[in-house]
Write a protein that binds this ligand. Structure first.
Ligand SMILES: [Ca+2]
Ligand SMILES: [Ca+2]
Length: 616
């Protein structure tokens, strides 16, 4: 492993670029931010030997400058007073006899934050997760970028880029809205200018987006910053919201600040390559050894993803300012944070607090791939007595994902028990719930290609507490296991490319079976869109008896009853046990079939069925 690591570092050094131009990060800022402090990171050959002066600008003061070990950087701390007006501040950089003037823009903040943009995402929403490279190609002219380290696009190769982009997503927003989605979450859109990397014996492109190389650039193969801004504006105009995917734990090995590292402590360095142990227990285990925690947080994912030292205050400021910059610049409504449990805990609390300070309506949920509610709850606001308290709003709720799968597989008892453990969370409605995502086997395959089970699982997904998230293609029966690789669960959406033989974005292009499931999903999603009980109601659940699981969602105005019979037998269920949930109601309408029902004595529940009954 040592050899691999050293080889990787040598490769990095060899590919180190000359610094072509002076760059300032963030690329601009705004007046009127609640935090007046602003730290500029300037990247320029030998700037550490220069003198930096700020030319007078009303309301903006230069507090201090700092030159790190690498003299190609200087950090400039500014204070931007509330009185400062929009405009361009300038710096004079004197290097020997040469003087250069750098200009930096302070813009006016967008007045619609918290209303038309940065609205936040909550349990009233339905999130639809898209990997843009694999969804729809709206602009074939950007499929290949000649100047990129990876200049290939080939739909026949599952590991290369396929040409999908942000214009493609924009073109399909009406389809998503009709399906009942209110929010799109895209796997990261930030530039991944990485060469092909070896993963499990394959040469793989950064088509998925998780290998950042420049935080301030949206990947040109997705359409760049302009296409992202345009897609978000169109989504907002259609009443849809957008979640961006953040990665704080690592970057790609060809990120400019890895190729020319500002200081030695920028990364979590080890004498020889050290992978993470992937054991979240180290955080809450009262008996945990410190070294195990150090390896969990500081160990790397793979050699080509340098693990960031989030305790470095300059790096932390860079990343926090980037999160704020992105939110203000593009007006996104929320963040999903990748690899949350591998990041320094205090850093994560600091990012979340900084975002919530500038954008009180923002939503943030973290990816915490955990098997137990105890572990999931640890990473959010919780009711646990633990030494470190996280401030995160919600997590991607893996235990509930496994519970819903088991329930559809004729074992609902585990789901019942998992929900009982919601006592651990301050607000379980802020968790994101799902059946599948880009890192998991597709749920239809997991359920043995049984569309009946798929229906039951999705019935649960759309009616249980939390923010439900669908994964692109579920609705048209896309399936596969991650064997031999995760590319199998990231196939192209048929019809997203002009030359596709089939177009599953239209009912005419879908098979009868696909349309049946599509309509099933859409019916519940559309009902959910107007049901306050499903969106924000309380939950009342009953212990499963004979594997039939019944729960209610209710507010003061509306009640719904959800009935899951995953068994192979039709059941007659006596209603007397459910009087607390029925609250005196004697009739109901089953939403999926439209059937009126009497609830006075008993109901008939067909085998392998999920019923959603609005009480009257
Ligand atoms: Ca394209
Ligand atoms: Ca880490």
């Amino acid at each position: 492993m040592l050899k691999v690591f050293v080889k990787a570092l040598i490769c990095l050094l060899l590919s180190m670029p000359a610094i072509a131009q002076t760059s300032i990060y963030p690329t601009n800022w705004w007046v009127g931010m609640k935090d007046p402090s602003l730290q500029l990171m300037v990247h320029k050959k030998d700037i550490g030997d220069a003198t930096v002066k700020m030319n007078p600008y009303a309301g903006v003061s230069l507090m201090k400058t700092y030159v790190p070990e690498n003299k190609n950087y200087v950090f400039i701390d500014l204070n931007v007073a509330p009185s400062a007006k929009p405009g361009k501040i300038s710096f004079t950089i004197q290097q020997g006899r040469k003087a250069e003037t750098l200009s930096f823009e302070l813009k006016k903040r967008d007045p619609s934050n918290g209303r038309a943009r940065v609205k936040g995402v909550n349990s009233s929403d339905l999130v639809y997760l898209i990997m843009p490279d694999r969804f729809s190609n709206g602009d074939p002219s950007n499929d290949v970028v000649k100047s990129a380290r990876d200049d290939q696009s080939d739909r026949k190769n599952p590991f290369l880029r396929h040409g999908g982009d942000l214009k493609g997503v924009e073109n399909k927003l009406d389809y998503l809205k009709d399906l009942g989605a209110t929010t799109i979450w895209l796997t990261p859109v930030i530039e991944n200018d990485m060469p092909l990397m070896s993963e499990w014996g394959n040469k793989v492109a950064g088509y998925h987006g998780y290998w950042f190389t420049d935080h301030y650039t949206v990947d040109p193969r997705l359409g760049g910053n302009t296409a992202y801004r345009q897609m978000i504006e169109t989504a907002h105009n259609k009443g849809l919201k957008v979640i961006q995917d953040a990665v704080y734990n690592h970057v790609g090995s060809h990120h400019w600040f890895i190729l020319d590292q500002p200081m030695k402590s920028w990364l979590n360095n080890w004498p020889e390559y050290q992978g993470s142990n992937h054991k979240e227990e180290v955080f809450y285990d009262p008996y945990a050894a410190k070294v195990d925690k150090d390896i969990m947080v500081g160990g790397w994912f793979v050699p080509h993803l340098p693990d960031l030292n989030l305790r470095n205050p300059w790096l932390a400021k860079f990343l926090i300012q980037h999160a704020i910059w992105t939110t203000e610049e593009f007006g996104i409504d929320g963040w999903r944070v990748d690899t949350y449990k591998y990041c320094d805990e205090q850093f994560m609390n600091n990012v979340n607090a900084a975002l919530e300070k500038e954008f009180p309506t923002i939503t943030i949920f973290g990816e915490a791939w955990c098997n137990t509610p105890m572990a999931s709850a640890y990473f959010v606001k919780n009711n646990l007595d633990v030494p470190f308290k996280h401030n995160l709003q919600g997590v991607t709720d893996f235990p509930i994902a496994f519970g819903m799968k088991d329930a559809a597989n004729n074992n609902p008892t585990q789901l019942y028990s998992l929900l009982a453990q919601d006592v651990l969370y301050k607000d379980p409605l802020k968790n994101c719930i799902f059946l599948e995502n880009h890192d998991m086997d597709r749920i239809l395959s997991v359920l043995g290609d049984d569309v009946g089970k798929l229906k039951m699982a999705n019935g649960l997904l759309l009616t249980l507490r939390g923010i439900p998230q669908a994964y692109y293609g579920t609705e048209v029966l896309m399936k596969n296991f991650k064997k031999p690789s995760d590319a199998e669960v990231r196939k192209d959406f048929a019809g997203g490319w002009n030359d596709d033989a089939e177009n599953k974005f239209t009912s005419a292009g879908r098979s009868a079976a696909e349309n049946e499931f599509f309509n099933y999903f859409r019916t519940i999603a559309q009902y959910r869109f107007r049901s306050e009980a499903l969106q924000k109601g309380k939950t009342l659940q009953y212990q499963p008896v004979d594997n039939v699981y019944i729960y209610f969602r209710y507010t003061g105005k509306q009640r719904v009853m959800c009935v899951l019979n995953p068994t192979d037998d039709a059941k007659e269920i006596k209603m007397s046990r459910f009087s607390e949930g029925l609250d005196g109601k004697t009739t109901g309408k089953e939403i999926i079939t439209g059937q009126e029902m009497s609830l006075t004595s008993s109901i008939q529940v067909p085998a392998k069925t999920f019923m959603l009954v609005e009480l009257r």
